[in-house]
Design a protein around this ligand. Structure first.
Ligand code: ARG
Ligand code: ZN
Ligand code: CA
Length: 597
């Protein structure tokens, strides 16, 4: 208490209103691929509860703070509230959801998928995994941007956190959920307690200077490992930083949220840290906490909570199948409570039934083709429709093509044969700016079968993609390999060149024997800052438009021995491209395919 008064005096002398209670509107952007990383509203609310308890020192484990430090621990007077009004003035639960494979190994790249103005909201992106920047470090649980970068790097302001470290329920792997507490500390200008250096300075007077990060230093009671507090290994190792109120001889403050202890070891911010965070708000983030902003984001005390209109979304257990296969669809709308929903309206192009009012209908597809699915979800506040184009791809159940199978791209209408749909290849994913037949380049006859002169090839360019990391797939019809014995390989000719050192492209070949319900990856090559085994031109950058010379063509082959003897085998070429920020890249790919013993 004495300490609190001392700081209060100091603060008012500096013009910092120590008793002011700051409220910060928050939005969570869940970046997902339809898996468990698409965490629930309840899990995010649970995270918000933990964040606010920790910042208010209302956490249940304050009794674990050693008595030498307890008097320096305190309420930060900073509170976080989920936004209730979005940047367009619409009703929101404070959560957006974006389908993207950038959720794997995420970096700042997820922030360009979606961000709300950081002068109005604290942005938190929830992802599956985070790229391990330091090869010697452990897994990264979260990362934040410091506030002094708000104006120069506003478009990356915010916090990225793994879904399994968000909150304490459902997919969360910890019962404590304190990664966001730590990252919000950084986002409000706190340094690590050891000053990121050997006995470094965190510029906080009431945190003792720390020698280095403390990992796994406490037992389940919060006691220092190997005995009671003080935690001794480093005592006396550091001389105090200027202005320190407590020195390291009191022990290291490993229970501070800004150390690297396990969540169950952490239980305090110091009063000085609270002061520094409030000062960061007034210096850098003042707009967030203004009354006008709280009203605009629906986070003011007087905001009247109402149900928002739902935002429609759905999932299914498969996206490919054979003629006659069944699919289970599942509505996973968000932005409104399930209990508020008054109706579901599905339409299934090409499906049986072709429409449904169930939340989770089952549908069978009887004809080969690629079909749209749409869902409208309604409650008293409104309704919303989502249509996913070419969401379901159905192949003939019995392969009409027999191996050895050979396909070139010479026919003008390729990949569609109006009179012989069993021979069609399928493009799925976004079909604009995707795989296309071109006649300006073709491979010189590299394949093991002499197929005469080629004039056409199939091309894709990640330069043209709307979104970084977009995925485009090209799927062969089912091929009957019943009469083939191993060895069996699938051959294709490849020419690829990259636009620049920022190009990040991946080509994979997968194989299926059940119309694509399950795929096995059998081949992949990539081009990125670490590896470039995809390029066939020696690795040089090329200028648009790219026409491969004959020496740029390489024959590739995929071992499909384990599919020999199977009656319905398809291959899938998957191309995904990322240009990084700025997205200036051109990549090209030309293929032809045959299976051959
Ligand atoms: N950025 C740090 C990391 O990813 C966060 C550590 C948070 N610590 C914790 N116990 N939750 O390692
Ligand atoms: Zn940190
Ligand atoms: Ca200190």
């Amino acid at each position: 208490m004495e300490q609190f008064n001392r700081l209060q005096k100091e603060n008012s002398a500096k013009g910092i209103k120590n008793n002011e209670h700051y409220i910060i509107p928050v939005v969570f952007h869940v970046i997902h691929e339809g898996g468990s990383e698409n965490i629930s509203f309840e899990q995010i609310e649970d995270q918000m509860r933990i964040l606010n308890e920790d910042f208010a020192r209302l956490n249940p484990d304050t009794f674990k703070t050693p008595s030498v430090f307890a008097e320096y621990a305190g309420d930060t007077n900073i509170e976080f509230r989920l936004a209730k009004i979005d940047p367009d003035g619409n009703c929101t639960q404070g959560i957006t959801r974006t389908f993207s494979n950038l959720t794997n190994g995420a970096r700042n790249n997820v922030k360009s998928l979606i961000q709300w103005n950081p002068e109005h909201y604290m942005n938190v992106w929830v992802v599956k995994t985070i790229e391990q920047f330091d090869p010697d470090g452990g897994i990264v649980l979260g990362f934040a941007q410091f506030p002094n970068q708000l104006f120069s790097d506003g478009e990356t302001d915010g916090i990225v956190i793994r879904h399994d470290y968000c909150g304490s329920i459902e997919t969360a792997s910890s019962n404590y959920g304190r990664t966001l507490t730590h990252e919000a500390g950084h986002w409000l200008n706190l340094r690590h307690i050891w000053g990121d250096d050997d006995c470094g300075d965190d510029n906080i007077d009431d945190t003792p200077t720390g020698k280095e990060p403390n990992y796994g230093v406490c037992d389940s009671n919060g006691d220092a490992a190997g005995g009671d507090f003080p935690y001794t290994p480093f005592i006396g190792a550091c001389s105090s930083s200027p202005g320190q109120i407590i020195t390291q001889s009191s022990g290291e403050m490993f229970m501070n949220y800004m150390d690297y202890s396990d969540d169950f070891c952490m239980n305090m911010f110091s009063l000085g840290q609270g002061e520094r965070m409030r000062s960061a708000i007034t210096t850098y983030r003042n707009n967030l906490t203004t009354n006008a902003n709280l009203i605009a984001t629906g986070t003011n005390d007087d905001h009247v909570l109402v149900d928002c209109p739902p935002i429609a979304d759905f999932n299914s257990n498969y996206s490919f199948g054979c003629k006659g296969d069944g699919f289970e669809f599942e509505s996973n709308f968000y932005n409104a409570p399930v209990s508020s929903v008054t109706g579901y309206e599905w339409t299934f192009e090409g499906g049986t039934p072709s429409s449904s009012n169930d939340a989770n209908p089952s549908v069978t597809y009887m004809q080969p083709g690629t079909y749209d699915v749409s869902l409208t979800v309604t409650n008293d506040a409104g309704s919303n429709t989502i249509t996913k184009s070419n969401y379901v791809s159905i192949s003939p159940a019995n392969a009409e093509m027999t191996g050895p199978y050979f396909q070139n791209f010479e026919t003008e209408g390729f990949p569609i044969y109006e009179d012989y749909p069993e021979a069609n290849w399928m493009i799925s994913g976004n079909v604009t700016d995707s795989w296309e037949r071109v006649t300006n380049a073709s491979s010189p006859n590299l394949s093991p079968i002499d197929n005469g002169e080629n004039t056409a090839s199939f091309r894709i360019r990640s330069l043209e993609f709307d979104d970084a990391g977009e995925t485009h797939t090209l799927i062969t019809p089912g091929i009957d390999l019943s009469d083939l014995d191993p060895p069996v390989r699938a051959y294709f000719d490849l020419a690829y060149a990259k636009r620049s050192g920022n190009t990040n492209d991946l080509l994979e070949v997968h194989v299926s024997d059940n119309c694509g319900r399950n795929w096995t990856r059998r081949w992949d090559r990539e081009c990125n800052e670490d590896t470039d085994d995809l390029s066939t031109n020696g690795g040089g950058n090329i200028v648009f438009p790219y026409t491969p010379s004959s020496s740029h063509w390489e024959q590739q082959s995929v071992n499909i021995n384990s599919f020999a003897g199977r009656s319905n085998v398809s291959l899938k070429f998957v191309f995904s491209g990322t240009g990084g920020i700025g997205c200036i890249l051109i990549t090209l790919l030309f293929v032809k395919l045959q299976t051959y013993p």
